[in-house]
Structure formats: C-alpha cells, structure tokens
Ligand binder design. Sequence first.
Ligand SMILES: Nc1nc2c(c(=O)[nH]1)N[C@H]1C(S)=C(S)[C@@H](COP(=O)(O)O)O[C@H]1N2
Ligand SMILES: [Mo]
Length: 507
Amino acid sequence: MLSKGRTRIDGLLGLIAVGAGLALAQLLTSLKNSLNAPVVSIGNRVIDYVPASIKEFAIRTFGVGDKRALVITIYSVVLILSILIGHTYFSEMRAQAYSIVITMTIIAAIASLFDANSNVLSLLPSLTAGGTTIWILRVLDNHAKQTDPEAGTLNRRDLLKTIGFIGVGSVAAVAAGNFFRNHTSARLQRLNVVLPKALKFLPPPPTDPALTTPGLSKLFTPNDEFYRIDTAIVVPNINIDVWRLQIDGMVNNPLEFTYKELTNRPVFELDDTIACVSNDVGGNLVGNARWLGIRLDDLVKEASPYSSADQVMGHSIDGFTAGFPLAALDGRDAMIAIGMNGEPLPINHGFPARVIVPGLYGYVSATKWLTRIELTRFDKAEGYWIPRGWSVQAPIKTQSRIDTPVIGSTVKAGKRAIAGVAWAPTRGISKVEVRVDKGSWRVATLGPALAKTTWRQWWIDWDAKPGSRTISVRATDGTGVLQSSKSVPVEPNGAEGWHTIDVTVAT
Ligand SMILES: Nc1nc2c(c(=O)[nH]1)N[C@H]1C(S)=C(S)[C@@H](COP(=O)(O)O)O[C@H]1N2
Ligand SMILES: [Mo]
C-alpha cells in the first residue's frame, strides 16, 4: 500500500494524528478548571519530582521562563515520538506505533491523576488525545488505501485535503480552547471587582527618585513588571462565586468565608517588599508593592488555635503549600491580600487572594490562589519546598543591589550616579555604602522610607575615571547589623554577600 512518495510524509502523518489528539485534549481543558492538557500534567510531575538542584538551575538559566522551557522540552519529545509513530504505523509496524501511542497516553493519564483536585475526570484529556490519535491514524490509512490502489501511488490532492481538514479542525479546537480560557470567570470577574476602601489609607507615595535617576528600580514595582515565581504551568482560574477561604485545622472555631464576606471585613494597606529565596546576590526576584488586605492575625485569633498549634499553613488551589511559625503573627502586618498596587490581585499573583507576611521569603509564606489556612504543627506538616531541601524557617536576609551602572556595561567617563535598592524587611535599612575599586566605603543617599517592610532606593555620585572599575555595595539593616560579606548560595535559605560588579569606563 505504500509508495515512495508516501514514506516521505509518514512522519508528517504521525504529527497530524498526535497534533489532532492534543488539540482536542486542549479544547477539553476549558470545560473544567481542574482539567490539564497532557503536556501540562506531565510538566507538573516533572516540576514536583525534579531534584531541587536542577530546578534551581532552570530558574537561574531560564529565569521566569523556566516553565516555558520545560513545556517546550516536553513538546519536542512529543514531536520526535509523533514522527516515529507515523513512520512505524505506515510501514506496517502497527503494533510498534500503537504501543508508542498507548505508552504516551498511559504516562499522561497517570500524570494527570496526580494533578491538584484530580478525579477520574482528570483522565479525559489524555485518553481523548490517545484515542483521537489512533482514530486519525486509521482515517489517514483508510484514505490511503482507497487512493489509486493499482498504481499504489497516492492521490496527493485527496490526501492533502484530508490533512488540511484535520489541520484546520485542530487549529480551531486550540483557538476555541484559548478563547474560552481567555474569557474565563476569573479574568472577567477580576475586571468587575471593586476593591473595598481601607479604613486608613496610607499617604500617597512620595515622588519616585527613579524618575530622576535613570536605571534605578521604581519605588513601587508595577504589577506587570513584578517578578513571578510559582510551580503553575497554567495559572489557576478561580471563580470567585464558588471560591471559599477556609481557616481550619487545629482550631476550636473553624471559619469559612466567601469572597464577599472576606472583602467586607476591614481592610488595610501595607507597603511591603517580597522576595524569593532563589534571588541570588544582585538578582531581580524581588519587588515592592502596596498591598490591600485583611489582617491575618485577626482571622487566626477568631479561629482560636489550639495552644499546641505552631504553624500556619497556606494551601493553594493548585496544591502548593507554604507554612510559617504561628509566632510570626507577632503584630506585624501579615495579611490576606486581595489588592496589589491599587488593582485587584492580578491572576499571576494569586487572584482572588494570597498571603503576605512581611519579612518572610515567599516559599514559606506567600501562598497565591489561596483556598485554605490550616493551623498545624511543624512536626506534622511540611510546606511544598521543605522536603525539597529548603529551610523550614526563612526570614528574608538583608540584601543590596546595584541597578545602575549595569554589570559588565561600558559607561562614559565623567559624573554619573551609582544607584540601586536595599531591603531587609521587617528590620528596615539604615545605611547603604558603596565602594569603587580599592577606595573607601562612601555612604549613599537613601530614598524615601515607606516602611521598615519595604526596600529603600539609594544613590551616590560617582566621577567615573576611565578603565576597568569594580563597584560594591553593602547595606546595614535597621537594627544596625551590616549584611554579611561572605558569599553564600541561595540554597537552603537565601543568598548572602555584597553585590559586586565590573564595568568599563570609556573616555
Ligand atoms: N500557589 C503558589 N503560591 C506561591 C508559589 C507557588 O509556587 N504556588 N510560590 C511562592 C514563591 S517561591 C514566591 S517567591 C512567591 C512569589 O510571588 P509572586 O509570583 O507574586 O512574585 O509566591 C509564593 N506563592
Ligand atoms: Mo520563591
């Protein structure tokens, strides 16, 4: 049945069959929030089980695009397997082709069962993908049989038509799926949220020194520039009409709130810099925002924790968890945040609600897409990152960063500024010093002190002399402690060291 002209497109036929299966699966995922595309489920398992060191490498290498790189890698493997499926199937090695399809389907099906909120329905996308692939292979095969049996050659026009038809159908399925996802309840509902008014507003922010110092980080990081770190390949889409926040576990008085009930409670504003433990010296996994939220200590007090409870564990709808000491609710302005920089919490940053605890790294505190606050004990429960090698206790370390000049850049000789940010929530920053080459440490000017929980911008004049220059910065926190000079890696509880950069000064 095969002809020479035919073998050349066998791989393409395999791609078409697998592509159609994945396209239909993609469409199905828009039916229900907990359904994931097969590639996403497999990616989720990779993220969950990959050794911390590789994940660290991925975050550092691909930055916030680490998940995109993962998905592209998985798709590349699928692509190669699809070509193999086409070649085996249309060279009368049906059994081999079927076993590849079935193995892929089983792997994706098992992966999907471990997704958050999975049930038997979670199997739907992967089984549909596998079934559709086999069906399309047969359609293409029957079609080939019917074409010009005597010559054994292919009626190209006819086959192209069929391929075109399946191709258009697949693209339409993906487009429809994307359309439904882009018009999800969360996106639309978020646009309609009217944030409650804080009982006491913070004063309007002062003039931002970044306006007059090019290259300096803005005082408040705009939401669309804010770093994003999470394990979610597809951002959870939460319908606030059915969303509930539970406060339970080791409590005498479990509580449950609808979105409305939660946001009808008194809200307050908090200027707070959050940081990722994976932020290396000089890194940009840190940002400052004006958050709007509900006091977490009040909520926990109302739930009346057992005296034996010592950990507050946030649970995300996607299965992520982050736990911190109950003792950290020591009067600091920990909150369940519903607003960020004057907007409802962006979907990427946890809509409809997340935890913000000033002074703690995100992985132990800042649960996004929050659904539950559980009171528990450290000897009973561990947050997501703890068994993966990160510290249980994770206060944010004092760090300082040079924003301008940019590391490795060439700048013109003459007068210019060296500037950056320094942070030590909740201790605040009392001093920043800068050194060029082997010169002496000079004290930089500090920008507005919004709160002890936020970073401070700093800048200092510099008369740049031609040649290779090394610039270092170091900060002293609000308690008078100088940040440590010794270089310490991010694992297991945050990087240490003075940010030091080399620049070239040209005449
Ligand atoms: N649901 C969920 N929440 C999460 C995470 C996550 O993976 N899933 N990552 C945490 C980590 S490690 C950090 S540093 C912060 C980052 O918050 P951002 O993305 O809003 O900057 O979110 C925290 N909350
Ligand atoms: Mo993080």
